[in-house]
Design a protein around this ligand. Structure first.
Ligand code: ADP
Ligand code: MG
Length: 151
């Protein structure tokens, strides 16, 4: 497990970019944490790093809360999900989550806890969990980030 402290959205993105260096096709990144913890910001860092390579500039990934999934194809295919509005495993099937795990993509998902399944059963590649927490003492831009490799 690796622990980080972030004191700005930019720092969170740079932690995410450093983490993204190890990601490969078939990997799954689950990002946990409450509303406003920085899950989308962290995702944006990953996507920006993987899609950057000089030609596309810095990508700012938008939250998939309403679209459920945003797909990026920049040589590597990345599917960025947000399960906040989902309820059942059938919703996961319908939104293409299992298809995304199946061979050709890197998959990122926010709010994975909303659906009570054992994700390990479905993952072919490496499985990372990123836990993000705000600071209780009210330091507005402080975030605690833990990255665990589960598989
Ligand atoms: N250290 C930080 N890391 C990430 N976001 C931060 C940080 N400090 C403040 N913020 C702000 O918190 C919000 C996080 O939003 P977002 O990434 O959409 O959260 P989530 O997806 O977890 O709901 C943004 O408005 C961002 O500017
Ligand atoms: Mg979000």
């Amino acid at each position: 497990m690796r622990k980080f402290e972030s004191d700005s959205p930019q720092k969170t993105e740079s932690i995410a970019k450093e983490f993204a260096k190890r990601l490969k096709i078939d990997d799954f990144v689950s990002i946990k944490g409450g509303l406003g913890a920085g899950k989308t910001r962290f995702s944006s860092g990953i996507i920006s790093f993987l899609c950057h390579s000089g030609k596309n500039g810095n990508i700012f990934a938008l939250s998939p809360t309403y679209t459920i999934m945003n797909a990026y194809d920049c040589g590597i295919k990345i599917n960025h999900f947000d399960f906040y509005r989902l309820k059942t495993i059938y919703d996961l099937e319908n939104c293409g989550f299992f298809d995304s795990l199946d061979g050709k993509n890197i998959t990122i998902a926010e709010w994975t806890d909303i659906i009570g399944i054992d994700y390990k059963k479905y993952i072919i590649g490496n499985y990372y969990v990123v836990d993000m927490q705000k600071d209780d003492d009210g330091k507005k831009e402080k975030r605690y980030i833990e990255i665990k490799k589960i598989l």
